[in-house]
Design a protein around this ligand. Structure first.
Ligand code: ZN
Length: 77
């Protein structure tokens, strides 16, 4: 019997909600605004999205990198 209390994965980065309009839009749509940059998904087939350049784009890129690492070690989803 193992008490399953800790359901929060320490490796999962917690993202605060972004309030910039259009941030997180799928890249199939036209660029929501001039401040948006297109960020490709990870190599496992995640789609690209538009993100605000000031805040979410670097985070999204880092996340894609992290995901490709965890995919290789078969540690994540
Ligand atoms: Zn954003």
């Amino acid at each position: 019997m193992s008490p399953k209390k800790n359901t929060t994965l320490p490796s999962a980065p917690v993202l605060e909600t972004c309030f910039v309009t259009g941030c997180g839009t799928a890249a199939g749509a036209p660029r929501p605004s001039r401040d948006m940059v297109r960020v490709a998904g990870s190599k496992d087939g995640a789609p690209a999205h538009w993100y605000c350049a000031v805040r979410c784009a670097p985070i999204a890129r880092a996340r894609a990198d992290l995901r490709s690492i965890t995919t290789r070690t078969r540690g994540g989803r």
